[in-house]
Design a protein. Structure first.
Length: 134
């Protein structure tokens, strides 16, 4: 948070009086950060750093509205995540065997194996569940 204030917020918005800050300035600031090459996730972190104290300022009635409340935020790109196949998982487990994290990897493997039926992972049997409809 201190990093975001020191590197991103103070140089651009630091001289702006609290009651003079408006959504247009905040939106322009975010857009400028994106054009400067900042990632959407980074801009979202800066937004959180700026928005929280402004929310408190509204609660304390120092300003009537939070200038961050109605700006358009960038959407971070979704990560392209691919699960391990059986061969890769065996290699991982063999490499982790004997380490402190081996048990965690075994549990994760079990979890992945029953992903389509998660109730099996936690030991729930459907006959144990009683659903009452009103």
């Amino acid at each position: 948070m201190k990093f975001n204030v020191r590197v991103h917020l103070s140089p651009v918005l630091g001289a702006t009086k609290l009651d003079k800050l408006n959504p247009f300035q905040v939106q322009a600031f975010y857009t400028h950060k994106l054009y400067d090459g900042q990632s959407p996730a980074s801009v979202l972190k800066v937004h959180c750093t700026l928005s929280k104290p402004l929310k408190v300022a509204v609660q304390w009635r120092l300003i009537p509205l939070n200038p961050c409340a109605n700006v358009t935020l960038p959407r971070p790109a979704k990560a392209d995540v691919q699960a391990f196949d059986v061969k890769q998982m065996k290699i991982l487990l063999e490499a982790a065997e004997g380490t402190d994290l081996y048990a965690l990897w075994v549990v994760l493997q079990l979890r992945l194996c029953v992903l389509e039926k998660p109730w099996r992972y936690i030991g729930i049997v459907w006959t144990w569940i009683h659903v009452h409809y009103r």
